[in-house]
Design a protein around this ligand. Structure first.
Ligand code: GLV
Length: 329
């Protein structure tokens, strides 16, 4: 096996949940003793030692990076691991030097996200966004809903996150429709559609959940026509990326009452500006991009994936969670 040297870039401005600390790294090596002696890793902050270290690194673990002239600055680099599922902040990926593989954290989120997904589905079903709006306005607004079992959900984007929503929806007794680029069958989804049938797939759903990555194909995917295609009284969830949904169209659908409520974890700008109409929109619950990020397990699971892939690289094997640079996810 080849020896692999990793550069791990932490961001001082980033949240603690995403950081690789020496203790977290030691624990990851203890869980994977076979990586000892094969993989070495240097933890660094922002750009303190970035260029000097990258000059000889085989792998870079990071959220972001300066992409210009990467091949010249990092001649040994074979692999970049992004510590998030979405890599839209780095797209288009035309800067990726040939021979450098990009991987992401897709799936690292699954366990915590299952709780969030179940919660959001139940909240939308029981009209919790509306009840919370009523409480904030000191209004007694009894809404009676039946059991969730027997309802219908449509999930737009059935990758790892969407797949978790599908599993939770199934457990709650919902009938599940999915939309994906390929339209191919997915576990826990009863009927799949390709994007060309998006509006048909939205019809009849009590809850519509969006979990796509942000790519040129999904930017603005859910707009006025898509909301109009949804059943009156539907609930709406976005856990993918903010720009996939046209915010003015969402606000109009909430204000008119066409949607019974929405739960959003992602936004065009995070945090949304103080002047954003989202803060005061009726029947909207906002969570600050926390649906899938878990303080106890996010960093350890990330490092498990990183060490596993580093061993694969050392052994000349294919890496897990490769991003398709053309598709952008
Ligand atoms: C979070 O949104 C991620 O992309 O990991």
């Amino acid at each position: 096996m080849r020896r692999i040297r990793l550069h791990i870039k932490n961001n001082r401005a980033g949240e603690e949940v995403f950081r690789t600390t020496p203790a977290r790294l030691r624990a990851a090596f203890a869980r994977r003793p076979q990586a000892r002696g094969v993989v070495s890793a240097r933890i660094d902050w922002d750009f303190d030692n970035f260029d000097a270290s990258l000059a000889t690194a085989d792998g870079l673990v990071t959220w972001d990076l300066p992409t210009a002239d990467l091949a010249a600055r990092a001649p040994a680099l074979k692999w970049i691991h992004v510590i998030g599922a979405g890599v839209d902040h780095l797209t288009p990926l035309d800067w990726l030097p040939p021979g450098v593989t990009l991987t992401n954290n897709s799936g690292v989120h699954a366990e915590k996200f299952a709780d969030y997904a179940r919660m959001a589905l139940l909240m939308l079903w029981t009209r919790m966004p509306r009840l919370a709006s009523a409480q904030a306005a000191r209004r007694w607004d009894p809404v009676f809903t039946g059991p969730i079992a027997g309802g219908r959900i449509t999930i737009v984007g059935v990758g790892k996150m969407g797949g978790v929503i599908a599993a939770e929806a199934r457990r709650l007794g919902l009938t599940v429709t999915g939309v994906s680029r390929s339209g191919q069958r997915v576990r826990n989804v009863d009927v799949m559609h390709p994007p060309t049938r998006l509006r048909r797939a939205l019809k009849g759903a009590d809850i519509v959940a969006v979990a796509t990555p942000l790519t040129p194909a999904t930017d603005g995917l859910i707009g006025a026509r898509e909301f109009a295609a949804m059943k009156p009284g539907a609930g709406f969830l976005n856990v993918g990326r903010g720009p996939v949904v046209a915010t003015p169209a969402l606000l109009a659908a909430l204000r008119s009452g066409h949607l019974s409520g929405a739960v959003l974890d992602v936004f065009d700008t995070e945090p949304p500006p103080r002047a954003s109409p989202l803060w005061r929109a009726p029947n909207l619950l906002m969570t600050p991009h926390v649906a899938a990020d878990d303080l106890e397990s996010y960093a350890p699971r990330t490092l498990d994936l990183v060490l596993d892939n580093a061993l694969r690289l050392a052994g000349g094997r294919k890496l897990r969670n490769r991003v398709d640079p053309e598709a952008g996810y």
